[in-house]
Design a binder for this molecule. Structure first.
Ligand code: MN
Ligand code: MN
Length: 470
């Protein structure tokens, strides 16, 4: 054997070679990946808010033998249950063969996405136009939200408890809404500003109408006309907007991206890509050894606070209910369960973007098409605020994906001093759970239109299935 081929062989054996996953995909697998992605795109187009995600998930669960835990007296091995937390978060479980005391296999994602919420007193009229004032939610680049078609999703709740569901700007018959921007001809001063100051938060006002109510006697005629329309359509008065949760989201549809259709472009893929792939995996788990838990949490984009966020005790209460209803509970058992548990904190990762290569370390970036990404730790600068998975747990997780022959990459969010981010990982780690961040690399994260690779979406689904069946 020549020295050259020996080197080649040694390199193949010793190097952790990074490659594009599509290279090894045969036509049958490609068909599966594309079919799965079509179903994912359907989900993206029908679940643009946390509430819509919860009702989409509930339907999937009800059709697949899951029961609301509140309707169950006792739980037995193999039982499938869920708990809906205020219509905005949902926790799901399949009772395993082993006692819960031995630990849970948890996969948790979040179903809230950056967007514009309406202010409590949103409606006003100025110079012949009616507007809705907004308050942005999560980390957005404000300029990206002007001059695009927008839709309004959410609920209005009257004092008598009646809840009106709003979803306007999606169907072909619906009107859309938009936020205007200055014409370049007159934007000299705006263009001199820093990008983050180009559009002020207080100027993100949604344009919603311009026809005055036909009565010379009254003022605020355009606003009145809008309220008359809202009253006719939804039966509401202006004061009912005080008790509403209305979210402004992009109205454009998710779709396949590229001549080769290799990618998905769509709003809210952070983190609905991990939510969808994990619930699809969940539906394929039967009689697991350890109890399987799936979390869709809310409020991740604003710090996971509040009673639907992951910081809330409602999740702990759900696990306590599993202990009660399986008849296993005893003092302090909940803490022990968490300390014996493992979790994939399934959230998206920053994909390497060649146009903005300077923010990434090429050796440690997540690449689209290279499979699911694991982040050993997140945080910023000197790992500030990081939940750092132990080497032992990373090895366990590597074994799961390597045994199942699923392409994966272990990544960092960006260059060390450039920035950082976090997920719900630290919250579960605080309870004693072994946690690693794990998700799909995304381009244009937090933009109204985010990009993922269909290959990675499918790898995420396979990884979650393998983790739970392990
Ligand atoms: Mn996220
Ligand atoms: Mn995010």
């Amino acid at each position: 054997m020549s020295e050259e081929s020996l080197g080649k062989k040694l390199k193949e054996e010793l190097f952790n070679e990074k490659k594009c996953g599509w290279e090894d995909v045969n036509s049958k697998e490609k068909e599966e990946i594309f079919k799965f992605s079509d179903e994912y795109i359907y989900f993206l187009n029908n679940a643009k808010t946390e509430r819509e995600c919860v009702s989409f998930a509930k339907k999937m669960l009800d059709e697949n033998g899951f029961k609301n835990i509140c309707d169950c007296q006792n739980l037995n091995k193999g039982d499938k249950v869920y708990y809906i937390n205020r219509d905005k978060a949902i926790y799901m479980a399949i009772i395993g063969e082993e006692n819960l005391e031995n630990g849970l296999n948890i996969i948790g994602s979040h179903i809230d996405s950056p967007r514009l919420d309406l202010k409590p007193n949103p409606l006003y009229e100025d110079t012949g136009f009616a507007y809705l004032k907004t308050h942005y939610y999560g980390g957005i680049k404000k300029y990206q939200w002007t001059t695009i078609p927008l839709a309004i999703h959410g609920v209005i709740v009257k004092t008598n408890g009646e809840k009106i569901t709003v979803n306007i700007g999606e169907s072909n018959e619906d009107p859309i809404f938009t936020i205007t921007d200055l014409l370049p001809h007159l934007a000299q001063e705006q263009m001199e500003k820093k990008l983050k100051e180009g559009i002020a938060g207080e100027d993100l006002n949604l344009l919603i109408g311009s026809i005055p109510y036909n009565d010379k006697e009254v003022s605020d005629k355009v606003k009145l006309n809008i309220l008359a329309i809202l009253n006719e359509k939804y039966g509401i008065k202006e004061a009912d907007l005080l008790s509403s949760e209305l979210e402004i989201v992009p109205s454009f549809k998710a779709n396949s991206l590229g001549f080769d259709r290799s990618m998905v472009a769509g709003y809210g893929q952070d983190d609905r890509v991990c939510a969808y792939t994990s619930i699809r995996a969940l539906l394929e788990v039967n009689n697991p050894k350890k109890t399987v838990v799936c979390i869709f949490s809310d409020k991740e984009e604003i710090g996971s606070m509040g009673n639907t966020g992951m910081e809330s005790q409602v999740f702990d209460n759900f696990i306590a209910e599993l202990l009660n209803k399986t008849g296993e509970n005893k003092p302090n058992l909940l803490n022990k369960v968490f300390c014996n548990s493992r979790m994939l904190s399934s959230d998206v990762d920053a994909g390497f973007d060649p146009i903005y290569a300077h923010v990434s370390d090429r050796n440690n970036a997540g690449y689209l098409g290279h499979g699911i990404g694991f982040c050993k730790y997140t945080g910023a600068r000197g790992k500030s605020g990081a939940s750092d998975a132990s080497a032992e747990f990373v090895a366990e997780v590597r074994k799961v994906v390597e045994d199942a022959k699923i392409p994966y990459q272990i990544t960092e969010l960006g260059k060390v001093d450039v920035g950082g981010g976090g997920t719900i990982a630290y919250i579960l780690a605080d309870k004693g759970v072994d946690v690693i961040d794990c998700g799909v690399p995304v381009l244009s994260m937090h933009a109204p239109y985010e990009v993922t690779s269909k290959f990675d979406v499918y790898c995420a689904y396979k990884t979650y299935r393998a983790f739970w069946n392990n």
